[in-house]
Write a protein that binds this ligand. Structure first.
Ligand code: UT7
Length: 322
């Protein structure tokens, strides 16, 4: 059985945080943040708003924006997140309950900023195997709850938001071949640990906040993503010209520009959510999709390459038809 994305929607908290906000408590400024990252603002969830809340609101938006769509026969929920409300129960189980979806498998995916694409790949596999027919894939984060606001190299980056895609059977495949991979030797270059204080045998600080070795991740991202985009195109017998849009995880506009230069793609093919939402990890790809959809850019039949990368370090890429 082939599959396709039949709907996509997002939710972002209303609380807008401009770059000037950070000038109050760390040594930074608007110009540095914009020039080094491309971020102008981001959204933070309220004190009593958590990742599961953002997911439920994104799902409600999907229903509101797609009349005739129902979650009655959804038979699996996948939630990609690194900022779950708690370790157990899963976000997926809470969403199942709050959306009142019965007879539904539930699973959270921990693949950091690559999680949403991993989710799409898993959903395609479930439908292909015939075990499931209607899968909700969320990418959602309340990263502000896990941000170290004393660390100026990372706190200016992160934002909160949620995206959700509905994946259903299709007569013709609209979710094509994928690439996935990982280099766990870089584990301590991007981590969030609440308990263990060792990664790969090396001591780490485990204070429940995000730690990032920005320079190392930046270099790894440009090199790895450039190679994997080319590999993904080859795996699908496509060229850059066959793609309408490329959505890389929005970690830093300079990474997007670096990869575009490396693969020879024009910047107007690159979609992102970095400018107004910052780095929202697993939510960044659906947020970028939604911005482009609202701007009238993404049209039915468009071919879109999506590639997420981050903590692991891991990556996942897939080409889809809108
Ligand atoms: O989402 C998962 C994947 N994540 C990524 O892909 C993130 C990858 N990394 C990055 O995006 C970038 O490395 C950062 C945005 C995190 C940092 O940018 P950078 O251009 O690599 O900066 P840097 O770490 O090389 O720092 C340059 C200078 C340093 O000062 P000195 O040592 O040159 O005097 C920093 O101390 O900028 C300083 N700096 C800041 N200055 C003002 C670092 N953070 C700030 C800040 N405001 N917020």
């Amino acid at each position: 059985m082939e599959s396709k994305i039949t709907a996509i929607a997002v939710y972002t908290p209303s609380n807008r945080i401009t770059n000037e906000y950070f000038e109050q408590f760390i040594e930074t400024n608007n110009e540095w943040i914009i020039s080094r990252t491309g971020i102008k603002e981001r959204r933070f969830a309220d004190k009593n708003e958590f990742t599961s809340d953002l997911c439920v609101k994104a799902a409600q938006n999907l229903l509101a924006e797609n009349p005739g769509t129902s979650f009655n026969d959804v038979d699996f929920i996948l939630v990609a997140t690194t900022s779950a409300d708690q370790v157990m129960p899963s976000m997926a189980s809470q969403i199942q309950n709050r959306l009142n979806i019965q007879n539904c498998g539930c699973l959270d995916i921990m693949a950091a900023c690559a999680g949403f694409v991993y989710g799409l790949i898993l959903a395609k596999g479930m439908i292909a195997s015939g075990t499931h027919k209607k899968v909700l894939v969320f990418g959602a984060e309340a990263l502000s709850k896990f941000t170290d606001f004393h660390d100026r190299t990372s706190c200016i980056l992160f934002g909160d938001g949620a995206g959700v895609a509905l994946v259903e059977p299709s007569e013709r495949s609209k979710i094509f071949n994928a690439v996935t991979g990982s280099d766990g030797s870089h584990g301590k270059d991007l981590y969030l640990s609440q308990h263990a204080s060792v990664i790969n045998g090396e001591a780490i600080e485990s204070n429940g906040k995000i730690h990032q070795n920005g320079k190392v991740v930046f270099k790894w991202a440009i090199q790895t993503v450039s190679v994997k985009v080319k590999e993904l195109l080859a795996k699908n017998s496509l060229t850059l010209d066959d793609l309408d849009w490329i959505i890389l995880h929005s970690a830093n506009m300079r990474i997007i520009e670096g990869v575009a230069a490396e693969i020879g793609a024009p910047m107007d093919k690159m979609l992102s959510s970095i400018e107004y939402f910052g780095n929202t990890s697993s939510a960044s790809i659906p947020l970028a999709w939604n911005i482009a959809k609202n701007a009238g850019k993404i049209k039915p039949g468009n071919k879109i390459l999506m590639l997420g990368f981050g903590g692991g370090l891991t990556f996942a890429g897939v080409i889809i038809e809108a």
